[in-house]
Design a protein around this ligand. Structure first.
Ligand SMILES: Cc1ncc(COP(=O)(O)O)c(C=O)c1O
Length: 262
């Protein structure tokens, strides 16, 4: 889990541990609010505009008032105050129904070289389509269930066996020489990393079953915090590691990130 350092609460910077909001805020009481997590590379945020656009879409869909200019100012204020020597950082932005703007900086643990997934049955809530909402308990529960069963992370699969995504990352796999990923129409998050990978690699966005994934030549997760992480196993069945497509995309995604930061 990431460790929070500084917070910017409604424009005021201080230690994250000291930042306080009223317990009556519906962001807490009902999970009624939105969030974003950006990666910081030496204090520079990657894909800030994409994250702010998604935050605005989330706010519009949740009918939540959002002052994007204030958020921009908060981001600049917090990054100015953030530690300059933080190579693996993250910036979290939260907006609550109570009208709070909460931004925190966090240190990310080093991602493992590969990850073992355990399937958890999950039917996405249609009402929350296009909303990165604070109601993330199902995602956190899925991870917990998978970890209690001895895996590293969950893989969300519909009751009809369609592979969706992981609780905080998108999934890709290679089969028959083609890169594959589930379509956004399957009610998965419009991941910013997924969009970059789709720009870099020629992929088919179409539904896939667990059996197809298990027979894949390569598979990986993609997200802001991990970039690309190879999948070593699903439900204890090993998947081939060290494939050329994953390695090539991981290298080119990282290059792309660095070039966008420059
Ligand atoms: C459900 C879900 N899918 C995918 C992702 C990856 O999205 P991004 O690439 O924008 O970090 C996340 C990120 O938190 C997520 O919560």
């Amino acid at each position: 889990m990431a460790t929070a350092h500084l917070a910017c609460l409604d424009g005021v910077v201080g230690p994250a541990a000291d930042a306080k909001i009223p317990v009556t805020d519906w962001g807490l009481v009902r999970g009624d609010g939105i969030f974003e997590v950006l990666r910081l590379y030496d204090r520079r945020p990657f894909a800030l505009e994409d994250h702010l656009e998604r935050l605005q879409r989330s706010a519009d869909n949740l009918r939540l008032p959002l002052d994007l200019d204030a958020i921009r100012t908060d981001v600049a204020t917090l990054l100015e105050a953030a530690a300059a020597d933080e190579p693996r950082g993250a910036l979290r932005i939260i907006v609550t129904r109570g009208g709070r703007r909460i931004l925190t900086t966090e240190t990310l643990p080093q991602a493992a070289p590969s990850i073992a997934l355990g399937t958890v049955t999950y039917a996405p809530t249609r009402l929350l389509d296009g909303i990165k909402s604070l109601s993330y308990a199902p995602n956190m529960l899925a991870t917990r269930i998978a970890q209690l069963a001895g895996h590293d992370e969950a893989l969300l699969v519909t009751p009809h066996g369609r592979v969706l995504e992981a609780p905080t990352s998108s999934i890709f796999w290679v089969s028959g020489g083609r890169l594959r990923t589930p379509p956004l129409e399957d009610h998965i998050l419009a991941s910013i990393t997924r969009a970059r990978v789709l720009e870099l690699g020629d992929a088919d966005e179409r539904p896939g079953t667990l059996d197809e994934l298990l027979a894949a030549d390569e598979a990986f997760l993609a997200s802001t915090t991990r970039e690309i992480q190879p999948i070593a196993a699903v439900d204890g069945d090993a998947l081939p590691l060290g494939g050329p497509v994953t390695a090539d995309l991981a290298a080119r995604l990282h290059e792309r990130i660095l070039s966008e930061l420059a």
